[in-house]
Design a protein around this ligand. Structure first.
Ligand code: NAD
Length: 480
């Protein structure tokens, strides 16, 4: 843990072995925060805030830029750190890193441009707003997004003058630790970002600490309910980035190879363990057979294996529990005979047997009310459903408790935009997907959460407008 400038090698919450998912072996023991460390971290952030919130925006910009540069300068090392913590394949760990640096550069650009509004309140008075930071923010994050996800949250928090207590997942605590070390080296004042490693218990303590002014939580729906209950104790605002079961709509006129590659992207890289990945594939019945041939062909060529090997595209699941959970869903679907298994479906053996690997799995003829179609599986499993027309496609896509993202493939851009407007989600990608650029607001609808990260919306998320009214002369002002 890193609190202020102080490194804590032990925690009052005990310790936990970190497991490398590719081999099932322990890497090292990680200290767990208890009440003492949470208290110290909130206090350090509080003290640092007195300086940081009044720092000139240009100075915050300079420091965030320096942090972005530091990430790039430590590229090799940070790629390895990310792979060792979550077993994400090296080639994707590198893209996380570039994306992380871009989040810092983008938000640095806003740090000296956080203006307010001048409001017309009638003669005799001046009224304006100031965009003020909240103070100490708690950021509780999962294990799957590496440095990109950390930077997506931290960069706008820091650019807007807040200070942070960051609690990474116990399953992947190393990138956060290293990022905060680099922040100190880049010149950020001690205490501006603190990292406390810990389990659910540390998260619970942090959420309920009276010194926290706002909570940002990324994780599962079940945990979000407890976070909201904790936040209610002190009436603290919360921003939630939760799960998804994103639909990929493949219309009959779509470029089928491009759409199949998009479906494949739900599995490669994060092994299906990403919140916005399109694991629910809705295909026009007229082209479904051709689409499935293309997708099966792509799946056959995917390189699954050692995440440290440069050519590996798919690594293991994060834990033995996750592996057992996903295999359970696959097994139940087969026992019920409710879908057709076209590819994968089993745990990998041989050299990979000790790791938590599942073969990339493809089901077709998936019923809309099945576990495969409705639950966020967080594993390398694609479920294909058919539709007859646009209205059925839309009904199926929106028939989900989640609303994080959707993907549309169609040659008819009017149709694609009609669908984009009607989809109940926070983000829509049409005919492809670029990486999540820092300028894009990202977040969910429905049970995928609320609040936004990225772009101006991300900056607004971590500032609040204070209204200032000033009498300009002695006569009582009249309202306009
Ligand atoms: P999780 O909810 O189990 O854990 C997330 C974090 O919360 C971890 O740091 C964990 O230690 C902490 N935590 C656990 N219980 C807590 C409690 N009671 N109070 C406070 N903190 C607690 O989620 P996970 O399994 O680590 O991550 C996977 C989930 O995250 C998926 O549902 C995924 O879709 C979601 N996710 C969403 C986004 C997004 O941006 N929308 C991004 C990545 C992941």
């Amino acid at each position: 843990m890193l609190i202020g400038r102080q490194r804590h090698e032990q925690g009052s919450g005990g310790a936990r072995e970190h497991i490398y998912a590719a081999t099932g072996g322990a890497t090292c023991s990680v200290p767990l925060a208890g009440a003492a460390e949470i208290e110290a971290a909130v206090e350090a952030a509080h003290q640092a805030g007195a300086l940081w919130r009044h720092q000139a925006g240009a100075e915050r910009a300079r420091l965030l830029h320096a942090l972005g540069e530091a990430l790039l300068a430590h590229g090799e090392e940070l790629a390895l750190v990310q792979t060792m913590e979550s077993a994400v394949p090296s080639m994707f760990a590198r893209t996380f890193l570039t994306s992380a640096a871009q989040h810092f550069f983008y938000n640095a650009g806003w740090a000296d441009k956080l203006d307010g509004e001048l409001l017309p309140v009638g003669p005799g008075a001046l009224d304006y707003t100031r965009a003020e930071p909240y103070g100490v923010l708690a950021s509780i994050v999962p294990w799957n997004g590496g440095l990109a996800a950390l930077a997506q949250v931290l960069a706008p928090m820091l650019a807007t003058g807040n200070t942070v207590v960051l609690k990474p997942s116990e399953l992947a605590p190393f990138s956060a630790q290293r990022l905060v070390e680099l922040a100190l080296e880049a010149g950020l004042p001690a205490g501006v970002v603190n990292v406390v490693t810990g389990t659910a218990e540390a998260g619970r303590l942090l959420v309920r600490h009276p010194g926290v002014a706002k909570i940002h939580f990324t994780g599962s729906r079940a945990t979000a309910r407890d976070v909201l209950a904790g936040a209610a104790e002190h009436i603290v605002p919360v921003c939630l980035e939760l799960g998804g079961k994103s639909a990929l709509l493949v219309c009959a006129d779509a470029d089928l190879m491009a759409a199949a590659q998009q479906a494949l992207a739900a599995i490669v890289g994060l092994c299906g363990q990403g919140c916005a990945l399109p694991t629910r594939v809705l295909v026009a019945r007229d082209v479904q057979a051709r689409f499935l041939v293309l997708l099966k062909g792509l799946l056959r060529r995917v390189q699954v294996g050692d995440p440290l090997a440069p050519s590996t595209q798919v690594g293991p699941l994060i834990s033995a529990d996750a592996c057992a959970r996903v295999l359970g869903v696959i097994e139940r679907a087969q026992q019920r005979g409710e879908a057709t298994l076209l590819s994968g479906g089993q745990r990998l053996t041989g050299e990979l047997a000790e790791g938590f690997f599942i073969a990339p799995t493809l089901f077709s003829d998936v019923p809309e009310d099945s576990e495969l179609a409705r639950e966020e599986l967080f594993g390398p499993v694609l479920s294909v459903l058919g539709f007859d027309d646009e209205s059925e496609a839309l009904r199926l896509a929106n028939d989900s408790p989640y609303g994080l993202a959707a993907y549309v493939f169609s040659a008819d851009l009017r149709r694609a935009q009609r669908l984009a407007a009607a989809l109940e989600v926070g983000s829509v990608w049409i005919n492809g997907q670029a990486a999540l650029a820092p300028a894009m607001p990202f977040g969910g609808c429905k049970q995928s959460g609320y609040g936004r990260l990225g772009g101006r919306a991300g900056l607004r998320e971590f500032t609040r407008p204070k209204n200032v009214w000033l009498a300009l002369d002695d006569s009582p002002p009249r309202s306009s």
